[in-house]
Design a protein around this ligand. Structure first.
Ligand SMILES: [Zn+2]
Ligand SMILES: [Zn+2]
Length: 384
């Protein structure tokens, strides 16, 4: 039985990408429905514009009335309330699953998942009302733009047919922009909710600290890349908040488990120790003659050794596709690799949508965290 120690599960906490996509899709469809209602008013809009184009005095009235009428019909046709309940439930279920799967991966069983119902309820109330406000602001902006387009037409309207054609195009542009905004909101809000519920579940389990984890792909912001592998306290968030709180952040928090807290023995090979042994270990080592595969295990790590005996390390993403490499020298070409102390550098891989074609492969310096985690690659520092 090990005495009290702090360990990190090897199993990576999963980000709820599928739920994020579903919510984004739903909000896009919500705007589509809204657009269809607005477009059904096109003949009436054009007729009103045409009829009122000279009568400047009654301007505000008819336009206000028409916009109100459209808005009433829109709010009858669409409601975001049901989906908010569903998305909250899905993210909550996802986080509860991650919590118990994490404990299962380390202890071979799931300690009781404590819950604090009142706190959960409060999180739901706040998240739901924030989302309703955000969606309402998209609706409002959309209607404001429609109103503006109509008032412009009163000034510049030519014939009815042309007015309808122009308004159709303008409304499509307006709803297209609203759709983009709604999608961004969905993605961002799932990330924020996932962050809050992760904090809630981990704290309920008695976990006070976590290791910051990024997706290790090219979309990770530099500031978060530098945090990858750092330890933070739930009660003391770093600037910008816990993982997932920054706009569109997909970073996650791997729990730091205090083995003294659970009357269970961790399984061999299921965890790493903190912080002394917080270095990365490869899942496979290839000889210099072997080809580094494009696809490997999800979140896998492959080391390969070149002719000089220098180790290169390749990282794979959650989908098993190569995302990053650390090259521990300048490939004998210092001119093209003006990095680090001995040319050591990273490559970020960017793939096309199905991951079959490489779109970009940019080089960069190692972050301080990468130097720490991959210290064994820095061959000139190795003890003889
Ligand atoms: Zn992030
Ligand atoms: Zn290279």
């Amino acid at each position: 039985m090990m005495s009290s120690a702090e360990i990190i599960p090897k199993r990576k906490w999963q980000y709820p990408l599928a739920i994020e996509r579903e919510y984004a899709k739903y909000l896009a469809a919500y705007i589509d429905k809204e657009a269809a209602v607005i477009e059904s008013f096109l003949p009436e809009m054009a007729a009103s514009v045409y009829r009122n184009r000279i009568r400047v005095d009654g301007f505000g009235d008819w336009l206000g009335n028409l916009v109100d009428k459209i808005q009433r019909k829109v709010s009858k046709a669409v409601s975001a309330v049901p989906v908010l309940g569903r998305v909250f439930g899905q993210v909550d279920k996802h986080v509860a699953h991650e919590m118990s799967a994490t404990m299962d991966s380390v202890y071979g069983r799931k300690p009781r998942n404590n819950t604090m119902p009142r706190e959960l309820e409060m999180l739901q109330t706040i998240w739901t009302s924030q989302n309703l406000t955000l969606i309402k602001s998209v609706d409002q902006q959309l209607m404001d733009k429609v109103r503006f387009a109509l008032s412009q037409k009163v000034i510049s309207a030519t014939d009815k047919e042309k007015t309808i054609a122009e308004l159709t195009q303008e409304i499509q542009d307006i709803t297209g922009a609203a759709k983009k905004r709604a999608t961004l909101i969905a993605v961002d809000q799932v990330g924020k909710l996932h962050s809050q519920l992760t904090q809630y579940r981990q704290k309920a389990m008695g976990i006070e600290r976590y290791m910051w984890r990024t997706m290790r792909d090219s979309r990770v912001r530099m500031e978060h890349r530098a945090r990858d592998g750092n330890i933070y306290e739930w009660n003391n968030p770093p600037s910008g908040g816990h993982p997932g709180m920054a706009i569109r952040c997909r970073c996650t928090a791997d729990p730091v488990l205090d083995t003294g807290k659970f009357a269970l023995v961790p399984k061999r090979n299921s965890f790493i120790y903190l912080p002394e042994d917080g270095t990365i270990k490869p899942d496979r080592v290839l000889a210099s003659s072997e080809k580094i595969p494009r696809v490997f295990e999800p979140n896998g790590v492959i080391d390969s050794v070149n002719a000089k005996g220098h180790v290169y390390r390749t990282f794979y993403g959650a989908d098993g596709i190569m995302v990053r490499q650390i090259h521990s020298d300048d490939h004998g070409n210092p001119k093209h690799h003006p990095y680090g102390e001995h040319g050591e550098h990273t490559h970020d891989y960017v793939w096309n949508s199905d991951g079959t074609k490489q779109v970009d492969r940019r080089a960069d310096n190692l972050t301080p965290q990468e130097r720490k985690e991959n210290g064994d690659l820095l061959w000139w520092q190795r003890k003889k």
